[in-house]
Design a protein around this ligand. Structure first.
Ligand code: ZN
Ligand code: ZN
Length: 132
């Protein structure tokens, strides 16, 4: 899979912009097109996209940081096009390839584990126990 890396860049005003590499660093000032002002980069969010790899199908859709909606988009596409094979891209990299086998459990397990890691990272970031 080629494809550019992409990520959401979260700004100090809480607005979000999608960047392809090179990503700005945390603390960099970039122009927020919504505020029309320079804002600092405060973090990154995940950027979810689905892309059908079936020849002749051009389905490619971005879901922002909404992983659940991206997964619903995959399943909607497979409901209509049972023989298709859909790639799920996280930040521009292949995350999961989904086909309609009637057995989507392994995919869901992967995602639950990923979520747990993300939630732990968020807790560590916003509720640090050190120094309290
Ligand atoms: Zn802004
Ligand atoms: Zn398709």
């Amino acid at each position: 899979m080629g494809g550019k890396q992409e990520k959401q860049v979260i700004l100090s005003c809480t607005h979000v912009r999608v960047y392809t590499t090179p990503f700005p660093a945390i603390g960099d000032s970039i122009n927020c097109t919504t505020c029309r002002a320079e804002r600092q980069v405060t973090g990154y969010g995940d950027q979810w996209r689905i892309r059908c790899q079936t020849a002749g199908c051009r389905t490619s859709r971005s879901y922002g940081s909404d992983e659940d909606e991206a997964m619903r988009g995959v399943h909607r596409h497979l409901l209509k096009n049972a023989a298709h094979v859909v790639n799920v891209l996280k930040n521009g990299s292949l995350y999961e390839t989904v086909r309609d086998t009637g057995d989507s459990l392994p995919m869901r397990v992967t995602i639950v584990q990923e979520h747990q890691a993300q939630i732990k990272n968020l807790i560590d970031k916003y509720y640090p126990t050190k120094g309290l």
